[in-house]
Structure formats: C-alpha cells, structure tokens
Design a protein around this ligand. Structure first.
Ligand SMILES: [Zn+2]
Length: 428
C-alpha cells in the first residue's frame, strides 16, 4: 500500500536550524519565557527572589544553573497550598483552554497556541495523509490522548480515537478500517498482536499495520526487533513528560537517539547539585517549556536519567539527541563522578545468560570509590575468567564506569527481592 512520504520530510524549519542559530533562538526564547513567568506567575517570582536572581541575569541556558530545580513533589505540595496551580499560572485563568490532571493530583493548564509542535514527532516517524491511525492513549485526565490526536491530524492522518484497553475492539477496528498506524505503548501493541493471533488471525496477512509510534514505556531492543522483523512494522519512539506539558524528544527514522524539541530548554544535570553536564555524561533530564505561556515553570526535574549527543544525525535534523531513557534518579548512585543506574547495570549484566542474580556494592577505600559486583551463576561450570572479561567490557561500555572487583557468590546468597545497588560508603 502506497503512503506518500516514505522519504524523510521535516515538519518545520526549526528542525534543520544551524546549531549556532539554534543556540541564539533558544536563548532568546528562554529570556522571553523567564521574563513572562517572573512577571505573571507568583511562584516563579518567589523562586527567583529566593535564589537572588533577577530575570535579566538569565541570558543563556548556562545561567539556569543559578535556579533551583522544581520537582514533582514540590509541585504537588505547592498546588495543595495554593490551589489550583500552585502559583505557576502565568496567564489570566479565563484564557486557559484546557486543564489536564496528572496523578498527585497535579493540575496542568494549557494554552492551545502551544499544541502544533507535537506533529514533528509523527512526521519524523513517517505518518502522512492517507494513514489511518488508532490512538490508544487515554483521552481523559492526562494530556496524551487529545494532544497526540491533534498532532496526528496536523500530519494529515485520519485518527480513530480508540483510547486505552478494549483489545478486541481495537483488533476489529484495525481490520474494518484498514488501520495503517498505531500510537500507544509497545506492550499494548504486543498484546493486540498476540490476542489477534489467538483469535486465529495471521497478523501480517489480515492487517495493514505499517508503522507504530510509542511513548510512555521503554522500548526494549528485543521487542523492537520482533515488531520490525517478524511483523514488518516500522517503529519510532518519543520521550514525553506530562507535567511540563508534553513530548520533549523524538526519534527520526535513524532510530539512534531522540532529537530534542525546540519548544523546551532541556538540560542534563547532576541531580545532586543541579549543575549541567556535557555530552555523554549521564544525569537527570530537566525541562523548561518555552512555548506554553500558561505554565510559568522554569527548570522542572523529570526524575528521568539520560545523556545527550551533539553528533550530527544523517536525517538532516540538527538538534542534539537524548541517547535513551536509562532509569530514574532514585535508582542511581554516583560512582567516581558517573551515575550508575540500576536498570542500566541490569541490562549490562543480565544479558549475559550464565548470570542469574547480581548485586553491586560501592565502598570507599583510600579516598576512592570502589565498586564490587557480586554475581550468582546459573551454571557453575562456566569459564569464569572469560565471563568476567565480557562483564567488564559490557559494563564499562554501557555504564561508563569500571568494575573494580567481581565476586562469584554461592547460589541463594543474593535474595530474589534485593536492592541491586548498595552504597556502603562512609564519608569522613
Ligand atoms: Zn535524526
């Protein structure tokens, strides 16, 4: 089936801006957003005054380091004290077009001038006029359903508002309407495919699904491979966070990292100090929306850990890319200046099949962090030296920190429900 636009197409001119032009553009927009928020959102004014920062002192992204990071828990607390928006509303209440509600609860006001940018992500994923798309995100409370719906329309597609759940209705809809696109979580698409097969369908023969766009969940490489190779579905993913108002980074068809949207200032910072980190360094994603005038939030800490690259992408888009979402700040420990994240360590270690359990212990010896990896083997006859060698390489590659010592421990000595990262350091 021929869908126009299998070649790459850009949604707007921001995507291909020269890097120096982007820097100027973002700094300019940041100054405007800071000025607007300070003048109109009392909570933002309080934060600036508390940090002894005047808005004109924020000229560049680098200057943001002088301001504290606002976390989800702060937002919940502030909204409880000063309902409904915690003092972050930066336009007159009657100008708010929509309000979304995230767990907490957190009330998020949106001004609709701010919606169009989402379409970039779908456009990069190849969605075009002629596509019929089921949007399986929820259409109530949270922003996902309705914002993705409108962005898909901006790409010219026909959208079917199927919402969450109802697997069999989704399957029937896909068949009856000859659906070509899926928008949702990877696990839900897999549920749909498996259920369709249980119902006696041959998925490739009976359905017309060509592309899938995911967010809200990690997309494991193995699942991606299954969808692409076994079912011939082109997959792309995006990184979205509801509180600062949406999709922050998106994959192009190179599928090697997610381009940052120019509608946000995105910093990767050390979550302990709030200081910005450079390319390749792992830290927390901190976001400042510069397109949504309703929301005066400056420096929202997402709690998600990632790193970024400035390397040029062959697709022609020039924005930096987030490498992947690696885990949460709560599951990370800093070892010799680099964050080790439980989930990432797990990926490095448990992919090696002979290992059944592991635990990482960090101690302090002679003014230096020392990392010991304890592992249990499924098969005791394995060549330990070779395994240790593989482990060292994989771990350093993925986590960028070297393991100091590997201990093979007896089966059963690491309990099933255990902490994967243990910090035993004492600071004197
Ligand atoms: Zn690209």
């Amino acid at each position: 089936m021929a869908i126009a636009g299998n070649q790459d197409k850009f949604f707007d001119e921001l995507e291909t801006m020269a890097p120096e032009a982007r820097e100027g553009y973002l700094n300019q927009r940041l100054c405007e957003a800071v000025d607007h928020a300070y003048r109109n959102a009392p909570a933002t004014r309080e934060i600036f005054d508390g940090a002894k920062v005047n808005p004109p002192e924020i000229h560049t992204i680098r200057d943001l380091e002088r301001l504290p990071i606002i976390r989800k828990t702060d937002l919940i607390e502030l909204q409880r004290e000063k309902p409904p928006y915690g003092g972050f509303l930066a336009i007159p209440p009657e100008d708010v077009d929509r309000v979304f509600i995230s767990p907490g609860p957190i009330y998020e006001p949106l001004h609709t001038g701010a919606i169009k940018w989402f379409a970039k992500s779908f456009c990069a994923a190849g969605f075009r006029k002629g596509d019929v798309v089921i949007n399986t995100f929820t259409y109530h409370l949270s922003p996902a359903g309705i914002l993705f719906h409108e962005a898909l329309r901006d790409c010219g597609t026909t959208v079917v508002a199927t919402g969450t759940g109802n697997t069999e209705i989704q399957i029937r809809t896909m068949r009856d309407l000859k659906v070509t696109g899926f928008v949702g979580t990877p696990s839900f698409l897999m549920t749909i495919i498996k259920r369709a097969e249980e119902m006696g369908h041959n998925f490739q023969r009976d359905f017309t699904l060509e592309r899938a766009w995911f967010t809200g969940e990690m997309l494991p490489d193995s699942l991606r491979k299954t969808l692409e190779e076994d079912y011939q579905i082109a997959t792309t993913q995006a990184y979205a966070v509801t509180e600062p108002g949406g999709a922050i980074a998106y994959e192009c068809r190179q599928k090697s990292g997610m381009h940052l949207m120019d509608e946000y200032i995105v910093e990767i910072v050390d979550p302990e100090t709030g200081k910005q980190l450079g390319p390749g360094e792992i830290g927390e994603i901190v976001v400042t929306p510069i397109h949504n005038k309703a929301w005066g939030i400056i420096r929202f800490g997402t709690g998600d850990m990632s790193s970024y690259t400035t390397a040029l992408c062959p697709c022609g888009r020039t924005a930096n890319r987030l490498t992947a979402i690696l885990g949460r700040t709560g599951d990370a420990i800093k070892v010799r200046g680099m964050f080790v994240i439980a989930k990432q360590a797990e990926q490095a270690i448990l992919d090696l099949k002979p290992i059944s359990q592991f635990q990482i212990v960090i101690r302090r010896r002679e003014q230096r962090d020392e990392m010991t990896l304890k592992i249990e083997l499924k098969d005791e006859t394995i060549d330990r030296e070779k395994l240790a060698d593989d482990l060292n390489k994989r771990f350093q590659n993925l986590c960028r920190v070297k393991i100091d010592r590997i201990e093979f421990v007896e089966k059963g000595s690491i309990p099933d429900e255990h902490q994967k990262l243990i910090d035993e350091r004492t600071w004197k």
